[in-house]
Design a protein around this ligand. Structure first.
Ligand code: ZN
Length: 75
């Protein structure tokens, strides 16, 4: 029973990931930079941007009420 639950949870996550990916690619067609750079390059750049932002935030976080904390996507 536990295994079946774990398996169905895993399946749902895969479905969700697939759904998000297909949505993401749909969105990318509307982003000119993504078309120009190529999707994988564009995503790589976005991740680098996010890394830079997170590094900046780690150094400049003021703790409670921090403005950056409100905008951080990945903590
Ligand atoms: Zn912060």
């Amino acid at each position: 029973m536990r295994v079946a639950l774990a398996a169905s949870k895993c399946f749902e996550e895969k479905e969700a990931t697939y759904y998000l990916n297909s949505k993401l690619y749909e969105q990318l067609f509307d982003i000119e930079d993504a078309l120009n750079e190529g999707f994988s390059q564009f995503i790589e750049n976005q991740i680098k941007e996010l890394d830079r932002f997170n590094a900046y935030h780690r150094k400049n976080c003021t703790g409670e009420g921090c403005e950056l904390c409100q905008t951080t996507l990945i903590t």
